[in-house]
Design a binder for this molecule. Structure first.
Ligand code: ADE
Length: 230
């Protein structure tokens, strides 16, 4: 079963991982998730985890030592470890990355705060043959830290693990799974009963029972919706 370790100074954020589909996947033994407090690896009376930036500038930078100790402790086994460092400067997370990471046996999420983690942590683990390092951003905006970004990534990753979704057919036609001309296509709009609501009717073709016409209609709607997002 895949193992996901999270290192953060705010472990309480991850209470959400006990809820819903992810909570059920954990309870069913489909994924093993553990949350670790970075401060357990800090030293001194103040258990400090950050310091002022070399070269000057606003804010604080997370010190490399607690991160090094924390990551080392989680990578004692001989297997391959994928270290995910959350940062707005990282590669943009998308469905393809979620799919790739869902095939990894051991992910370690490093949730930085403040102005990020001393860059030598990334450099050090990139140079280790038993590590792959991924600097990842969930979008072009700045969060207060990597915790929420990790929750977003884990939700997208875990639902792709075989056995997690009750009906795996849900994965086949969903948004961002189909790629046309290098662009991911979003899903067509969905409707359920009643057929008429507040003077709005469900498109006639969906009630027709004509599967070919329904497929063509949905494809056209998906393309229209994808274009309208640009
Ligand atoms: N930390 C702060 N902002 C972030 C973002 N957009 N993605 C990932 N980690 C972050």
């Amino acid at each position: 079963m895949p193992r996901y370790d999270i290192i953060s100074i705010f472990p309480d954020y991850f209470a959400a991982l006990d809820i819903s589909l992810v909570g059920k996947a954990r309870a069913a033994g489909l994924v093993d998730i553990a949350v670790h407090d970075l401060r357990d690896h800090a030293e001194g009376v103040h258990k400090s985890v950050d310091d002022t930036p070399y070269g000057g500038g606003a804010g604080m930078v997370m010190s490399p030592e607690p991160w090094g100790r924390g990551i080392d402790q989680l990578s004692q086994s001989s297997q391959l470890h994928d270290l995910v460092v959350l940062t707005p400067a990282g590669k943009k997370f998308n469905q393809k990355m979620a799919q790739e990471l869902s095939e990894c046996e051991h992910l370690i999420f490093a949730c930085g705060r403040y102005e990020g983690i001393d860059h030598r942590v990334t450099q050090f683990y990139m140079a280790q043959s038993n590590f792959r390092v991924h600097e990842v951003s969930i979008g072009d905006y700045v969060l207060n830290g990597g915790e929420v970004a990790t929750l977003v990534m884990l939700e997208a990753i875990i639902r792709l693990i075989p056995g997690v979704l009750g009906n795996p057919d849900s994965l086949v036609e969903e948004s961002h799974t189909l790629i046309v001309d290098g662009e991911s296509i979003v899903e067509y709009p969905s409707y359920t009963k009643p057929a008429s609501w507040r003077d709005l009717s469900v498109p006639e073709v969906l009630l027709s029972g004509n599967h070919g016409a329904i497929k063509a209609y949905r494809e056209a709607e998906a393309v229209k919706r994808t274009k309208s997002r640009e």
